[in-house]
Design a protein around this ligand. Structure first.
Ligand code: ADP
Ligand code: MG
Ligand code: MG
Ligand code: MG
Length: 658
């Protein structure tokens, strides 16, 4: 989660009073760094993943599985080890929102070598092993996107009680003591989001209507101490949730890519944007919330609503009086503009005009200025007294404050000050999978796709309004099999003059990538067609194979990648289930399930125990993940020597044949 600054958090009123100060200095800080670093070039194509884990405790006697709130101790031990092995460090550990979560990344970013693709999975396995080693028996680190019974009575160990009338969340279901305790940031965010909005957040997710589900489905919250707010906010036939923890307590799989320069980073940001809904649907893994089967398969809408701090004025429910903008989306949502293609950015972009002009004056171009001025319509939602006054030549905390609380599908990451790190983009929509094999597969698929995009100069751009429509499709149950997604027809061509003439709002001079608004630039396809191709569309997996034909791989790496691509290809084709579909089937076939959408403690226990066995490889479901581990290796020198051997033998063969 971006930068975590230590210190004493200000109250919401105090933070609000400094909002303009933070924005003003944030923009100055961005401009300083931008002008210093905009010409920076020749950075490597580094990349890395982030995996979030939940600590799950099993009570086998009573058939209960609950979330263990020991994240802080676990993190402390992991970071201690990290310090001791700082030389050849394989893993890095970070705090996350909930006290039952930790986040792990590789010790160093990958990059440059094809053999690195063969390190991802074993590094993920290493991370799981490291967490497991500091946990007690009957406790397991799990890569679950959402815990099925978050917010149900006694869903944690130790058991905590919600405090609806006091504290940060004031939730009927989610106790404040479930928030990560060591750092005040998370609690402060929860409180300030609620206070800024003027009421609790309201998360409503359509419930899956089974034959015995109460109809209309409604709940009585007065028994939990509701003063009427929940009853008013909860929609019929929806699972209602009321605080940040329900969303930020979900786990995900993120990727960061470094580009060689800012132009390439902007291009990657744009090209990966239309892939966000596709990858969300392909990774769908969260069909259960607060003990009920949902009608959606992914976490995105939960998390988006869980941090929606817009006031009633900003949501357009009341005329603007105190606030500046009517804002169409939560701060956790899809991106609203491309960074290098104006014509395709066809959705209303709300941005701060003063900040935009300040950026233009400071030498930033129109599209990037709009992007930043759009991020800066938000208030800072946490501020620490020690960090109010900064040296704008050196610090970027105010910029990062706004940047890191704009949780969008993609993030454009400028280089940190005084570092070797270059311009990066982050890919944020994916749900985390049960096995390291699958997480590695999605990671490697995406990295290879970036290489394919850059090598073949692919163009995936379609109007952003269509990307947003795709995202809404991606949320849905079984989107992968049933959804149709807008996708660009001809991904191999850039904007040519006849195409440009079809744009309703024409491309700006010098813009390479135009998507046009003409109907015939994109078509609706299934995920299967997008990933595996069809008559008139090459498919992303075949394109990766084509790219691999001309790249140098050792045998093991090629074998591993082939297994990964097979998984993606089969998920797309529907011959393998998504995690969400598998979980639904497990619940619906459970002897305790009464066709009423309820996932009770026993079903939850059996489901999670099975998930834990899938993660460890102890249990195999050929209709979910037929292969659960590849020939992955953790040994970097070994991987390097394998590549060298391969290249040697290849050049010898070449010499022999001459
Ligand atoms: P955040 O939570 O802000 O996204 P993290 O530090 O958790 O940031 O994760 C950053 C990711 O970027 C990790 O996967 C890491 O391996 C990767 N990474 C680190 N340095 C670079 C770099 N120079 N280029 C690309 N990726 C990098
Ligand atoms: Mg991240
Ligand atoms: Mg995280
Ligand atoms: Mg992170």
């Amino acid at each position: 989660m971006g930068l975590l600054t230590e210190g004493s958090p200000l109250s919401w009123e105090e933070t609000k009073a400094y909002a303009d100060h933070v924005r003003q200095h944030g923009v100055i800080q961005f401009l300083k760094q931008y002008n210093k670093l905009k010409e920076r070039t020749k950075d490597c194509l580094y990349w890395g993943d982030e995996v979030e884990y939940m600590l799950v405790k099993f009570d086998h006697q009573n058939k209960k599985a609950v979330l263990l709130l020991h994240g802080s101790e676990v993190l402390h031990k992991l970071q201690q080890q990290q310090k001791e092995h700082s030389q050849d460090q394989l893993t890095t550990w970070h705090p996350e929102y909930a006290a039952y979560m930790v986040e792990g990344t590789p010790g160093k970013p990958y990059g440059g070598m094809m053999a690195h693709f063969n390190l991802v999975e074993s590094n993920m396995r290493q991370r799981r092993k490291e967490i497991q080693a500091v946990l007690g028996t009957d406790t397991t680190p799990m890569t679950l996107t959402s815990f099925p019974r978050t917010g149900c009575p006694a869903f944690t160990f130790p058991v905590c009680v919600p405090t609806p009338n006091e504290g940060a969340s004031q939730s009927l279901f989610f106790p404040d003591s479930v928030i990560f305790p060591d750092h005040p940031r998370f609690r402060t965010l929860s409180r300030n989001i609620r206070e800024r909005r003027g009421e609790k957040v309201a998360i409503n997710i359509p419930i899956y209507k089974d034959i015995n589900t109460k109809s209309p489905f409604t709940e009585d919250f007065s028994v939990l101490g509701d003063d009427g707010e929940a009853q008013r906010a909860a929609l019929p036939d929806h699972i209602y949730m009321d605080c940040m923890g329900f969303g930020m307590g979900c786990c995900c799989l993120q990727m960061t890519f470094q580009a060689c320069n800012i132009t390439e980073a902007r291009n990657l940001y744009d090209q990966l944007t239309p892939l966000c809904p596709i990858m969300l649907a392909l990774t769908a893994a969260s069909p259960i919330y607060r003990g009920y089967l949902a009608d959606l398969d992914t976490r995105w809408r939960v998390i988006s609503q869980s941090v929606d701090d817009r006031t009633r004025e900003e949501r357009g429910l009341e005329p603007l009086k105190k606030d500046k903008f009517v804002i169409n989306k939560s701060r956790y949502d899809s991106v609203d503009s491309y960074l290098s293609a104006s014509a395709c950015s066809d959705i209303k972009l709300v941005y701060d005009k003063d900040i935009y002009h300040q950026l233009i004056k400071g030498g930033v171009d129109d599209l990037l200025a709009k992007h930043i001025a759009h991020l800066f319509i938000r208030d800072p939602i946490s501020l620490f007294s020690e960090k109010i006054h900064q040296n704008d030549d050196e610090d970027t905390d105010h910029f990062e404050n706004i940047q890191s609380t704009n949780w969008q599908t993609m993030r454009f990451k400028p280089p940190p000050p005084n570092s070797k790190i270059g311009w990066r983009v982050e890919f944020r929509p994916m749900e985390v999978q049960l096995t390291d094999f699958e997480n590695a597969a999605y990671t490697v698929f995406l990295v290879l796709l970036t290489r394919v995009i850059l090598t073949f100069q692919l163009n995936f751009l379609i109007p952003l309004s269509k990307v947003d429509e795709n995202l809404a499709t991606a949320f849905k149950k079984d989107a992968i099999r049933e959804g149709k997604f807008y996708f660009r027809k001809d991904i191999l061509t850039e904007c040519s003059p006849p195409e440009a003439s079809k744009c309703v709002s024409s491309c700006l001079p010098g813009e390479r990538l135009c998507c046009g608004n003409g109907q015939d630039l994109y078509m609706q396809m299934s995920i299967n067609e997008i990933i595996n191709g069809k008559e008139d569309f090459p498919g992303l997996v075949p394109l990766i194979y084509k790219y691999m034909d001309n790249a140098e791989f050792d045998v093991d790496t090629r074998c591993t990648i082939t297994q990964y691509l097979t998984l993606i290809s089969r998920r797309a084709a529907g011959t393998l289930k998504t995690t969400a579909r598998w979980m639904r089937d497990f619940v619906q076939n459970h002897p305790d399930y009464k066709n009423d959408s309820v996932v009770n403690e026993t079903i939850n226990y059996d489901l999670l125990l099975e998930c834990a066995k899938i993660s460890s490889g102890e249990m195999k479901y050929p209709d979910l993940v037929p292969v659960t581990s590849s020939k992955t290796s953790n040994n970097i020198p070994d991987a390097v020597s394998k590549v060298n051997n391969y290249l040697d033998s290849k050049s010898k063969n070449l010499q022999n044949s001459h």
